[in-house]
Design a protein around this ligand. Sequence first.
Ligand code: NAD
Length: 248
Amino acid sequence: RETLEALAGEIRVRRPVVAFTGAGISTESGIPDYRGPNGLWKRVRPTTFREFLNDPEVRAAYWRRRRERYPQMVQVEPNAGHLALVRLQEAGLLSTIITQNIDGLHQRAGADPESVIELHGTVHEIRCLECERRFPAAEFPLPEGDEEPVCPVCGGIVKEATISFGESLVADDLRRALEIARDCELMLVVGSSLQVNPAAKVPLIAAQQGAVLAIINREPTPLDPLADFVVQASAGAALSYVADLLTG
Ligand code: NAD
């Protein structure tokens, strides 16, 4: 609690601060993370971008999973952690939310959509890998059975607008995130193992340029030694406490 109280004091001084979030902020909404103790990678192997491009069987399995999982994803609700960040934003204490999450829960919680940078894309859009057009998932019904969806405009291969292993990030998103990291006075990392690059470079660069670095995560991270505040706690409780102190 003392650490969170000191952190709240820093946020007040260094506002507007920037948040950098990972899968850990969404586990309390019921979406498993990848590398935590119950992480998804303990059960399944991720599909790589190359496999997706080259192998129709892999694509069929990918779309089968999406048909199963996406309807659940639409029903998931934001939790206390997402809502606390929105409270900080509405109070003018938080500007940008740079997220590795693909679930859209920051926006669902009420964060200004313009202020959210989704470094790893979103499950709520479908993207054509040939013509780069994007379609809201709601306007892109998947064909029945095992038929593969294609771009309605050019007929190209389509995929969720998320970044797979081996796929490049959207250059403009990464550029904006790094620029913000270079300029911010305090970066608040929440629920990320900080093991995925280049995303993890964002808080690293913030710390290197002299920003205060705060990390709220249940487990240790490789950037803990560089951080000014390390809080090993649940995101929902920790962020609500900070938001209560600052906006209550
Ligand atoms: P990660 O799985 O590597 O790490 C998550 C971290 O959060 C772990 O260290 C874990 O201990 C911690 N954690 C879990 N629940 C927590 C909680 N309630 N409070 C505080 N900490 C908690 O996730 P990452 O660092 O985001 O990177 C992995 C990749 O996972 C990203 O590329 C992202 O695209 C993807 N991912 C996204 C979602 C999502 O959108 N919700 C879900 C799973 C994975």
